[in-house]
Design a protein around this ligand. Structure first.
Ligand SMILES: NC(=O)C1=CN([C@@H]2O[C@H](COP(=O)(O)OP(=O)(O)OC[C@H]3O[C@@H](n4cnc5c(N)ncnc54)[C@H](OP(=O)(O)O)[C@@H]3O)[C@@H](O)[C@H]2O)C=CC1
Ligand SMILES: O=C(O)[C@@H]1CCC=N1
Length: 274
C-alpha cells in the first residue's frame, strides 16, 4: 500500500509536488494537504482529488510522511502546534522550506525524528525542477527512496551527504532560475537595441536556452566542447564569447554564487535561533 503523505501547506510548492505525484501515478487517496482556510482547500481538493484538512495535528496523525511546505517564518509555530501528534506517530519529515536546518526542525517537532531537508527550485512548478536533498542520520534507506520518489515527480533529485552542501545547492539550482531570467532580460534588451521587436527577442532567447539545456543534457560532450562547436574560427560566436570572457563572466558567476551560498548560511543561522 502507498505511504500516506500529508502536506502541511497547500501553496505553490505543495501543489506542484502533489500534481507531479498524481501525474506519475501516486494514489490520490494517499495524499492529504492542509491550510488554515477551507476556501483555498476547496479548490485544491476539487482540482487534484486529494484529502484536505484545516487541522494539521489530525492530518499528521495517520501520515507516514509529513511534507513541511509553509513559509519558513511561520514554521516554528506550525511545528510547535503539531509536535504531540508528530511524536505519537514519528513519520518521516520532509521539509522544502528554504534555510531551516534539519536539527532545528527536529527540535521544534520534539526530537528523535527522521528528517529530509530539500532545496527545490521554482521550475518544479512546471515539472522541470532541480532539488538537492539531505537526510539526517535517522532516515532509513526506504525513507530515502520515498523522498526521492516524491521529489522526482517534479524534476531532478540529487542527494548531498553534508547538510552544509545545501548552501552550494542553493547557489547552483535553488536561486539559479533567477540568474537565467536575468540573462533573458539582458538578451531581450540587447536584441531590441539591435532592432528586433522585444517579444521576438524574448521568444528567441528563451527557446535557445531551452534548446541549449536539452542539447547539453542529451549529449556526451562537455559544455565546453558544445560551446566550441558553435564557435566557427574567426566567426560571430567567437567574437561574442571573447567579450563575455574579457568582461569576467566566470569571475562574476563565482562571486555571485559565493554570495548566494553565504546568504543561505546566514539565513540558516537567523531562522534557527528561535
Ligand atoms: N515557491 C518556490 O518556488 C519555492 C519555495 N520554497 C519553500 O517552500 C515553502 C512553501 O513556499 P510556497 O509554496 O511558495 O508558499 P505559499 O505561500 O504558496 O504556500 C504556503 C502554504 O502554507 C499555508 N499555510 C499558512 N499557514 C499555515 C498553517 N498554519 N498550517 C498549514 N498551512 C499553512 C498557506 O495557506 P494560505 O495561503 O491560506 O495562508 C499556503 O497554502 C517555503 O518554506 C519556501 O521556502 C523553496 C524553494 C522554492
Ligand atoms: O531567494 C531565496 O531566499 C529563496 C531560496 C532559494 C530560492 N529562493
Amino acid at each position: 500500500m502507498a505511504s500516506q503523505v500529508t502536506f502541511i501547506g497547500a501553496g505553490n510548492m505543495a501543489s506542484a509536488i502533489i500534481g507531479g505525484m498524481i501525474d506519475s501515478g501516486y494514489p490520490r487517496e494517499a495524499i492529504t494537504a492542509t491550510a488554515p482556510h477551507e476556501e483555498a482547500l476547496t479548490s485544491i481538493r476539487e482540482r487534484l482529488g486529494i484529502h484536505t484538512s484545516t487541522d494539521n495535528a489530525t492530518a499528521v496523525a495517520s501520515a507516514d510522511v509529513v511534507v513541511l511546505a509553509v513559509k519558513p517564518q511561520i514554521m516554528h509555530d506550525v511545528c510547535s502546534a503539531m509536535r504531540d501528534a508528530v511524536q505519537a506517530r514519528k513519520p518521516l519529515i520532509l521539509s522544502v522550506a528554504a534555510g531551516l536546518p534539519a536539527e532545528t526542525l527536529e527540535t521544534w517537532l520534539g526530537g528523535e525524528l527522521a528528517v529530509v531537508r530539500c532545496m527545490p527550485n521554482t521550475p518544479s512548478l512546471v515539472g522541470a525542477g532541480a532539488a538537492g536533498l539531505y537526510a539526517n542520520p535517522r532516515v532509513s534507506e526506504a525513507q530515502r527512496r520515498l523522498a526521492t520518489e516524491l521529489l522526482e515527480a517534479v524534476g531532478l533529485v540529487e542527494w548531498v551527504e553534508e547538510e552544509a552542501l545545501l548552501e552550494a545547492v542553493t547557489a547552483v539550482s535553488g536561486s539559479a532560475p533567477a540568474y537565467f531570467f536575468l540573462m533573458f532580460e539582458a538578451m531581450e534588451e540587447a536584441g531590441a537595441r539591435l532592432g528586433l521587436p522585444a517579444d521576438t527577442a524574448r521568444r528567441l532567447a528563451m527557446q535557445t536556452a531551452f534548446g541549449a539545456a536539452r542539447m547539453a543534457m542529451a549529449s556526451d560532450k562537455t559544455p565546453g566542447e558544445l560551446k566550441r562547436n558553435v564557435m566557427s574560427p574567426g566567426g560571430t560566436t567567437e567574437r561574442a564569447i571573447e567579450h563575455l570572457e574579457d568582461a569576467g563572466l566566470r569571475d562574476i558567476m563565482q562571486q555571485a554564487m559565493t554570495a548566494c551560498a553565504e546568504r543561505a548560511r546566514e539565513m540558516a543561522a537567523e531562522l534557527g535561533k528561535r
